[in-house]
Design a protein around this ligand. Structure first.
Ligand code: AMP
Length: 195
């Protein structure tokens, strides 16, 4: 199994690049944002709770998020040869829990790819996405809040994974295919790929 975390601010291109990584490496995509939006669309209890955080640009509490992720991993593991974690972890405690959870299953995070994009460009991309997709959290006020949360709470994970020797920073501006080539260069040939 090869387990990859695709990391970056909201709007940095995690979802887009994940799709291309799935096509190339046959990995299983877990986007915690997608999981939560599905629950909201279905009107479940979890969806109602999630919506109260997401619409304000706040993070879902760690305990709840870790439970949701573990459920997804166990649901998808039988037919998977590795995961792309997209939008998880977003806090240091989530990263620690992910490590423990994977260890209990004889697994680990092999690589973390961080997409670096300037805030002004992120803001532009997210406002545009909001107009196209109608996502409730892609409005200027909520985007600002999410970028603040990213810088204060999520970006410390770069140091966390750098210390673990797993972090690769990727320049996330430019053409989608160019950015993808940079990612491929960083992970191709990893010994855990294809095992
Ligand atoms: P995303 O689609 O990854 O940008 O996620 C949309 C929203 O879902 C975020 O702004 C958070 O409110 C929530 N969310 C997604 N993943 C997480 C996570 N790992 N921890 C906490 N909240 C999350």
């Amino acid at each position: 199994m090869f387990n990859l975390v695709i990391f970056g601010a909201p709007g940095s291109g995690k979802g887009t690049q994940s799709q291309k990584l799935i096509d190339r490496y046959g990995l299983t995509h877990i986007s915690t944002g997608d999981v939560l939006r599905k629950q909201i669309a279905e009107g479940t209890e979890l969806g109602k709770i999630a919506d109260s955080y997401i619409s304000k640009g706040h993070l879902i509490p760690d305990d709840l998020m870790v439970d949701i992720l573990a459920q997804e991993v166990d649901r998808l593991r039988p037919q998977s040869n590795g995961f792309i974690f997209d939008g998880f972890p977003r806090t240091i405690p989530q990263a620690e829990e992910l490590k423990k959870m994977l260890e209990r299953r004889g697994e680990e995070v092999h690589s973390v790819i961080g997409l670096e994009v300037a805030d002004e460009e992120l803001m532009e991309r997210l406002v545009k996405r909001g107009a196209e997709s109608g996502r409730s959290d892609d409005n200027p006020e909520t985007i600002n809040k999410r970028l603040k949360v990213y810088h204060s709470t999520t970006s410390p994970l770069k140091d966390y994974y750098t210390k673990e020797g797993k972090y690769t920073s990727i320049h996330g501006s430019g053409h989608v295919d160019e950015i993808f080539s940079r990612i491929v260069e960083a992970i191709d040939g990893h010994p855990a790929l294809g095992r």
